[in-house]
Design a protein. Structure first.
Length: 475
């Protein structure tokens, strides 16, 4: 009984995590019905599924009635979807469906309304409730098969629509399996395994389509101070939780389906639970390690005019970093400072703005003509790893990728005196405007935040530079 309860809880938690992700997506995008009504219909559908599982797997129904009810349910779900896909003309975009779409769903409601009559001939209240749910909720959900569900990064193709609908349906299969474990365990484990594989295929496809530019882990680097940032981070958290639970559910279902005679240390393998959590932990660790480095924010940014030059000074003392970055735009300068530590998620950045005096502006202009900078071979802007280290990073936008120069104690190099003098002179100018404090998040806890990120290169596509040989290299 304890093993069945644990499996039920895992199935139910997974279904809940995915439903929350679905609702988060519907909240951010136009939906066919108002958000609160969608929540009400989903709740009613979950209640209906639990009742169906209780009666279909329990002893109350005979074999004939059980088979007939399953056939009607399956036909009512599959046939109208096929009809809608190939007969109805529905645009694949986030538009409210036309009345024709809903009129095409009338046969669905009629078919599903037969199910309560077959299953609940002796209970008028249950029959009325299930009929109402069938007439209202299920046609709405089936319409998702022809209207793409805006879950993650918004792909809108026909194949996406089908996969999204299969993923959506698998959530309700998990609800059914969770309710059926106590009555028909083997069927519940099979349904959990099938639904888990469908969900895993969907999550893998949506996660890895633009993995370097957009994934759930780097979405946690987004600042949550605005509604968009909070929405992106909440969806990412729910997807991470969903992946954790789906791996547990798949492995657990597989183990529960193994023959009882297979034993390990005098205990049946099918009763083991810890391997499911171990595999899930390993999966999350590998996924996290591949996703978070190098530091970046989700999305891409179009190329545009940047600062004339940027100079970053980093001093590392133990776990503490002191970073100061100066960038110039013609006669203006910007200074950003932060004092961050390793194992720290949120970094406070302080920014100010000022105007360069004529003499300082002339020194800045002369920096771009220094012959020793042009003669140096570009070095990668690697993060400092020694316990005590110091680094200077110079980037001349006019020279593209070859304008990046690194001078660090780890490389054994020092910057030209002209760069240090100009940096100190600008640092000493009183700013005309204080832009206040902002938060920088690093889900890698400071280990992935490198000098390129401090220089402002926080998107995947602007961490790539084209060199004189014509090759583009990313750092």
């Amino acid at each position: 009984m304890k093993l069945k309860f644990l499996t039920t809880a895992i199935y139910a938690f997974y279904a809940g995590a995915i439903l929350c992700s679905l609702l988060q997506g519907l909240w951010r995008h136009p939906a066919p019905l108002p958000f609160f009504l969608t929540v009400l219909l989903i709740s009613a559908a979950v209640v209906s599924i639990i009742i169906d599982a209780r009666l279909l797997c329990g002893p109350e129904l005979g074999t004939r009635a059980r088979v007939l009810a399953l056939l009607v349910n399956s036909g009512a779900a599959v046939l109208p979807v096929i009809c809608l896909r190939f007969a109805a003309s529905v645009p694949l975009e986030y538009d409210i469906p036309s009345p024709f779409t809903y009129s095409s769903l009338v046969p669905v409601a009629v078919c599903i309304a037969i199910v309560p009559i077959l299953m609940f001939p002796k209970n008028t209240l249950l029959r009325a409730m299930a009929t109402a749910i069938g007439l209202i909720a299920w046609p709405y959900f089936i319409s998702f098969a022809v209207i793409p569900i805006p879950l993650f990064w918004g792909m809108t193709t026909a194949a996406y629509s089908w996969r999204a609908f299969a993923f959506f349906a698998s959530v309700f299969v998990f609800v059914f399996a969770a309710a059926a474990v106590s009555y028909f365990a083997r069927l519940a484990y099979i349904l959990g395994l099938v639904a888990g594989l469908i969900s895993a295929a969907w999550l893998i496809a949506t996660e890895f389509v633009w993995f370097q530019m957009m994934n759930s882990w780097i979405a946690l680097n987004v600042n949550g101070g605005d509604p968009y940032g909070r929405a992106v981070r909440s969806v990412a958290v729910m997807r991470i939780v969903a992946v954790c639970l789906i791996v547990v559910a798949i492995v657990l279902s597989l183990f529960r389906l193994l023959p009882f005679r297979w034993t390990l240390r005098k205990r049946p393998v099918c009763e083991r639970t810890w391997p499911a959590f171990a595999v899930s932990a390993i999966t999350l660790a590998v996924w996290y390690g591949c996703a978070v480095s190098p530091y970046r924010l989700p999305g891409i940014v179009d190329g545009g005019p940047g600062p004339d030059l940027r100079v970053l000074h980093v001093v590392k003392r133990g776990l503490q970093f002191h970073e100061t970055e100066i960038s110039t735009f013609r006669s203006e300068f910007y200074i950003s400072r932060n004092d961050r530590r390793l194992f720290q998620y949120a970094i406070e950045d302080r920014t100010s703005r000022g105007v360069l005096p004529a003499t300082t502006l002339q020194k800045v202009s002369s920096l771009r003509q220094l012959p020793q900078l042009k003669a140096l071979h570009p070095q990668p802007a690697k993060a400092l790893r020694a316990w005590n280290a110091e680094g200077w990073y110079y980037l001349d936008e006019g020279m593209g990728g070859i304008g990046l120069r690194s001078f660090t104690s780890e490389y054994g190099t020092t910057p030209p005196k002209e760069i240090v003098d100009a940096f100190r002179e600008i640092e000493g100018i009183h700013p005309t405007e204080d832009w206040g404090r902002s938060s920088i998040n690093d889900v890698c806890l400071g280990f992935c935040y490198d000098p390129l990120a401090a220089l402002g290169f926080v998107f995947a596509n602007n961490r790539c530079f084209t060199f004189p040989d014509g090759k583009t290299r990313c750092q």
